[in-house]
Design a binder for this molecule. Structure first.
Ligand code: AR6
Length: 176
């Protein structure tokens, strides 16, 4: 499914974030230490190789809502943008912190001349953010940022499972 907001192409696909060779930057749902861990972060570090953790070390720790950018190393993407989502029920206000992740990632992409960005469902795994709400915040924030973006022309949400795909598809359909 695909929509266009102020000339920004936004699409929702099912897949693996480490297998998106046609986007310039992928976003990592990181931990504060920017270390491998599980979920998306583990998969990205495995695919990027140990050089990614090495580049990350001096950039850590990061705060909820913050984004930092590194190279993609062995990934097919030029950059990885690492964001720390809020832990649901712990980091507050969680909705603002989750929106900050998407907003700050897009701004970093813009500053670094990146034209296409792929996001996973930040905070919707180990960090426990309810899926439908996480999807709505993600789509709404990208929609709000669209008019400010010049270089970024394409955003892709890459969802691992059918449930995640449906939640993001619905959020994109329902976005005003
Ligand atoms: N590609 C796309 N989506 C994926 C992939 C993948 N390869 N693997 C998992 N997902 P999570 P969080 C989905 O837990 O909630 C880590 O341990 C997954 O099904 O990766 O922000 C870090 O080290 C879910 O829908 O991120 C942190 O400590 C979504 O990605 C912590 O988890 C996010 O799940 C971050 O938790």
């Amino acid at each position: 499914m695909q929509r266009s907001f102020d000339g920004l192409e936004v699409e929702v696909v099912r897949g693996d974030i480490t297998d998106q060779p046609d986007v310039e930057a992928i976003v990592n749902a990181a931990n504060a230490e920017l270390m491998p861990g599980g979920g998306v972060a583990g998969a990205i570090h495995r695919a990027a190789g140990p050089e990614l953790a090495e580049e990350c070390r001096p950039l850590a720790p990061i705060r909820p809502g913050q984004a930092v950018i590194t190279g993609g190393h062995r990934l097919p993407n030029r950059h990885v943008i690492h964001v720390l989502g809020p832990v649901y029920g712990q980091d507050r206000p969680e909705e603002k912190l989750l929106a900050d992740c998407y907003r700050n990632a897009l701004r970093l992409a813009e500053e670094n001349g990146v034209s296409s960005v792929a996001f996973p469902a930040v905070s919707a795994g180990a960090f426990g953010y309810p899926l439908d709400e996480a999807a709505r915040v993600a789509v709404r924030t990208v929609r709000e940022e669209a008019s400010r973006l010049r270089g970024v022309r394409r955003v892709r949400f890459v969802l691992f499972g059918e449930r995640e795909l449906e939640a993001f598809r619905r959020a994109l359909e329902e976005a005003a």
